[in-house]
Design a protein around this ligand. Structure first.
Ligand SMILES: *Cc1c(COP(=O)(O)O)cnc(C)c1O
Length: 352
């Protein structure tokens, strides 16, 4: 009954979305603040008749808005139903084992190996430094490689690689090898490499508004890169689903992108809460990696990560634990509102 392809896939396991009881939910990096109130106003006057028609398959209006926002051209922008879908098109369009292995860090977004299995792409995991930083030297050494991908800031470490290092990587990379920087968390204080896309035709950036604009439920992700890369992504999309981004997602996305004052304000609050949580945990003897994302990766010497996860869950607080050798003693904690951070700190101080 199943295709042969199905035998080779191991699905990604998303963080829990429990429906049974109310948790303080710090496990899936959602934004604790609501999206811009301009969306309420828009929905109140939205003409439902418009849903009769298919959405714009070229996403022209929102691409124009994104191009203005990031100082690039519309032809350098692609969109998808969340950046997970954009990434799927990226893996399909650019990575081919016939050219060599795809390289990514040993600890990074755990969806990458899942796409590799889905599209039958061989990959090689490159170790992080003992400080959990991305080390660029090993990427130069691989002779037969079809590309590089990593999240920056990286997940689940939260550590951001500098523009200079990424530029060194690009300089050493052959022009026909695509380098994908997944900037899902860049709005929380990292430095974007969007300014490099005119110079490096093989640089592709993916982004999501799930986290920074509080729109995880809307499903809106995008990519920025050279026109030829973007055209290839459109060709991949149009071979799979011409309309992955709904009329409402395109419109609401534009409204949220344009309300820069609002997004700046909530991002600032998250950055402040992150500093407060990191400082408080460090003072209590926890090891906290330096994060530029909306989460921290942390451990308490002498306590297992599983134990931290289970005890917090029992106390109504959900965090993310990865049962992966080398990081099994860490937990990833999403930055919540100040009240949620305080509740977490109180639980942590009584339990551990
Ligand atoms: C959350 C996340 C994504 C997926 O974002 P969506 O737009 O919600 O699909 C992609 N990459 C990384 C590194 C993420 O953390």
């Amino acid at each position: 009954m199943l295709s042969g392809r199905m035998k080779n896939i191991t699905p990604y396991v998303p963080g829990e979305q429990p429906q049974d009881r109310k948790y303080i939910k710090l496990n899936t990096n959602e934004n604790p603040y609501p999206p811009t109130p301009r969306i309420d106003e828009f929905l109140k006057q939205f003409d439902v008749e418009k849903l009769r028609l298919y959405p714009d398959p070229r996403f022209d209006s929102i691409r124009q808005t994104l191009a203005r926002r990031y100082g690039i051209r519309k032809e350098q922008v692609f969109l998808g139903n969340g950046s997970d879908e954009v990434l799927a098109f990226v893996f399909f369009a650019f990575f081919d084992s016939a050219d060599g292995v795809l390289m990514f860090p040993e600890y990074t977004y755990s969806f990458y190996p899942v796409y590799c299995d889905f599209f039958n792409i061989e990959y090689k995991k490159i170790p992080l430094s003992d400080q959990f930083e991305i080390h660029i030297d090993p990427y130069f050494k691989e002779k037969k490689s079809c590309g590089i991908i990593f999240a920056n800031p990286n997940a689940p470490t939260g550590i951001c690689l500098s523009i200079e290092k990424i530029q060194q990587l690009l300089d050493a990379c052959p022009d026909n090898r695509v380098v994908v920087i997944d900037e899902a968390y860049i709005d929380f204080g990292g430095e974007s490499v969007v300014g490099l896309i005119d110079e490096y035709k093989n640089l592709l950036i993916t982004r999501t508004y799930s986290k920074s604009l509080s729109l995880a439920g809307l499903r809106l992700g995008f990519a920025m890169g050279d026109d030829d890369l973007i055209s290839a992504l459109f060709a991949a999309k149009d071979s799979f689903n011409s309309y992955p981004v709904s009329t409402l997602a395109q419109k609401i996305g534009e409204i949220a992108i344009e309300d820069v004052n609002y997004s700046t304000a909530i991002l600032e609050k998250i950055i402040q809460n992150r500093a407060y949580l990191s400082r408080s945990l460090t003072d209590a003897g926890w090891v906290v990696l330096p994060s530029k994302a909306n989460f921290i990766f942390t451990r308490k010497p002498g306590v297992s990560g599983l134990d931290i996860y289970l005890k917090l869950k029992n106390n109504g607080i959900l965090v993310r634990h990865f049962n992966i050798s080398g990081i099994e003693d860490f937990v990833r904690i999403t930055i919540g509102k100040r009240s949620e951070v305080d509740a977490l700190l109180e639980a942590v101080n009584t339990l551990f």
